[in-house]
Design a binder for this molecule. Structure first.
Ligand SMILES: [Zn+2]
Length: 666
């Protein structure tokens, strides 16, 4: 398979004669364009695509008017393709996503269907993709980062060509999808029945029926335990469980099995004691055995790597999964991302925040405090009171929709802009918690999905709706007010999330309940700092493990396990042990994303940095609305260029660190 893919992709076709011929026809002035275009096409051209020379003769454009008109046609037609495919998907998922009556058996099948799945492949097959590659430049991340004086047209052309920067064969793509869903399924079924997880001395700390998925539920339980008087013992037990999962010393028989009791400290397993069984738990788990899980975790991770690596030869501008994640996904160089993460990890503010936590918990910090959540303030207004207020104001979704112009004016938009936006945001009653769905062509509108209970909207639903409204506002500006629809959107999700959080933080004010107090704000900043610090190390582990896999393509899952444990320990000892102790713990390897969403984790800490940067900028001017409008209209250029336009500075940890410093100072 690997050999075959290499042949398919590289096809070191001799393009010299084709280039010479075009040069003869069009003259020396076109040399650079000819060489670039023909080579871009040749890299992805396959035998079955036919005669490359004939194609190049026919479709190489020289007349600037012709080039412009062709570019405009691509831009207009992609708006239609993207926009209508999005609408098809939205309509097919309507009955599963919206609260519009009972679901039918067929609905999930419609919801999973993606009519656009083969679009890029189709456009290569009918040559449109090659027409783009022959006439418009593919760019590397380095070029885009250096593009200080690019015109908007050049940015749009770069985005157009980038759509055809990769031509991954369907079989390879299928393998990537399969490896990823196998990893997903493995994680989705990785539960621990906590009543049967015993503490160090064999005590049963957790209630019957508590089933926690790794790692999300385990972590959230650990956080919740701060409010509990026996919390620390529970937390230490969870930490031990996590360590056993990372090292794969966890006995296979205890995973998703309420029929056995496991002591993660001694790693012993026995049949669950009589009377401890859950009434409704599945009855047939494995018999008690201490036989460890056979490195399945690392087998799944490695399968992801192997599938991704098969796509490498088809991605000439980003030839590894690591490159793709940074240069196509984040559009920030790996070294720069690491530097940003390290600027938080190495910050002298860490021990100062840690000292505040120590005061709050009244003991020396331990590894469990990686997930300290005690900074989060309790609201001063009881939730029942808030519920009543929101319910009276918004008995149904249309009532919220009607109030959007007033909400927007409360956020600093003038009446005209508030009306402009509210005419372009449609409100739907949602089955789930809430969601902002973008649109991708002008004439179609972003949708705000909000959950409204029978008796009316509650406070939680309202809080989410204000967050989603932030997304929708960004979505309107970055489509309707952007100069090129090929540049519609934001650099990545962190940017739209940051805007949504700026809106969400105003929810009480918008209800007429006054500004959040300074103490609440101070605690929020410290909480965000600690969360960023936590996930920055996890992200570094994820990146290092992917490098290790590329450096050791023939490793066994057991070797990958040992390497991951080593990397996790080393990262812990360097950044966390000085603050939290626990030298040598492999804890940082616990995140499930590492297994099922390869190379995504670094986006979380970046998201926090970006949020603080946008917030700082908005605070400077005091007007949320006009600032968000100005920032969003620039569209999907690189994160650093977007941020320079927004705040005068590239993406930076400065604003988070400044806010933390100020929060500590008070
Ligand atoms: Zn969001």
């Amino acid at each position: 398979m690997f050999l075959l893919t290499l042949v398919l992709a590289a096809s070191p076709m001799n393009t010299k004669s084709i280039e010479a011929e075009l040069l003869k026809t069009h003259g020396e002035a076109q040399r650079a364009r000819i060489e670039r275009g023909v080579r871009q096409v040749a890299t992805l051209w396959r035998k079955e695509d036919g005669d490359l020379g004939a194609f190049a003769r026919e479709h190489f454009l020289v007349d600037p008017k012709d080039l412009d008109a062709t570019f405009n046609r691509f831009e207009a037609n992609f708006e239609q393709l993207d926009g209508h495919f999005l609408e098809i998907g939205r309509e097919l998922r309507k009955s599963t996503e919206l609260d519009v009556g009972p679901m039918l058996k067929v609905d999930p099948f419609f919801a999973e269907y993606d009519a656009s799945a083969h679009l890029t492949e189709d456009l290569f097959n009918n040559k449109l993709g090659f027409m783009v590659l022959l006439n418009f430049p593919l760019t590397t991340l380095e070029q885009r980062l250096a593009a200080k004086d690019w015109s908007r047209q050049q940015w749009a052309e770069a985005r157009l060509a980038a759509r055809f920067g990769r031509r991954v064969p369907a079989a390879v793509q299928q393998e990537i999808t399969s490896a990823q869903s196998a990893a997903d399924l493995y994680i989705a079924e990785y539960n621990l029945w906590m009543h049967h997880v015993l503490a160090e001395k064999g005590e049963r700390l957790f209630p019957k029926g508590k089933r926690l998925i790794s790692h999300w539920n385990l972590r959230d339980e650990l956080k919740a335990n701060y409010a509990d008087k026996d919390g620390l013992e529970k937390q230490r037990t969870i930490i031990k469980v996590m360590e056993r999962i990372v090292t794969q010393a966890i006995p296979a028989s205890v995973i998703n099995n309420p029929g056995v009791d496991w002591n993660p400290f001694t790693n012993t397993v026995v049949t669950a004691a009589a009377g401890t069984l859950e009434d409704d738990a599945p009855k047939k788990g494995a018999a008690p055995s201490t036989k460890p899980e056979p490195d399945v975790r690392y087998g799944k991770l490695q399968a992801n790597y192997k599938a991704q690596a098969k796509a490498d030869p088809f991605s000439p501008t980003a030839p590894t999964a690591i490159d793709r994640s940074f240069s196509l996904g984040a559009e920030m160089p790996e070294a720069r991302v690491k530097e940003l993460l390290e600027s938080v990890l190495k910050s002298p503010l860490v021990p100062r925040v840690a000292a505040q936590i120590e005061k709050k918990v009244g003991r020396k910090l331990e590894p469990t405090d990686l997930w300290f959540n005690g900074f989060l303030p309790r609201g001063s207004i009881p939730e029942t009171e808030l519920d009543a207020k929101v319910r009276a104001k918004y008995p149904n979704a249309p009532a919220f929709a009607k109030d959007i112009p007033r909400i927007l004016q409360g956020l600093g938009f003038n009446a005209e802009r508030a009306r402009y936006l509210s005419e372009r945001i449609l409100v739907d009653p949602s089955r789930g918690a809430g969601h902002a769905m973008q649109s991708a062509r002008r004439g179609d509108f972003p949708h705000l999905r909000t959950r409204v209970e029978k008796e009316g909207m509650n406070y939680k639903g309202y809080n989410i709706a204000v967050h989603e409204l932030g997304h929708n506002v960004e979505q309107v500006f970055s489509l309707y007010d952007v100069d090129h629809t090929l540049l519609a959107g934001v650099p990545n999700t962190a940017f739209t999330e940051a805007i949504a959080f700026v809106f969400q933080a105003k929810d009480l004010e918008l209800l007429g309940l006054g500004k959040p107090d300074a103490e609440a704000d101070r605690l929020r900043v410290l909480n965000d700092f600690w969360m960023t610090w936590e996930i920055a190390g996890v992200a570094l582990v994820d990146i290092a493990v992917w490098h290790w896999m590329y450096d050791h393509p023939k490793a066994t899952p057991a070797q990958l396990r040992d390497a991951t444990v080593e990397i996790s320990k080393k990262t812990w000892d360097q950044y966390y042990a000085p603050v939290l102790g626990g030298k040598g713990t492999p804890l940082l390897g616990i995140y499930s994303h590492m297994i099922s969403y390869p190379m995504y984790l670094f986006n979380y800490p970046l998201g926090h940095l970006i949020a603080f940067q946008i917030e700082e900028q908005v605070k400077k001017t005091g007007k949320i609305g006009p600032e968000i409008e100005r920032m969003s209209k620039v569209g999907a250029i690189t994160p650093d260029a977007w941020m320079v336009n927004a705040s005068g500075e590239p993406v930076s940890s400065g604003p988070l660190l400044r806010a933390t410093e100020a929060a500590l100072g008070k």
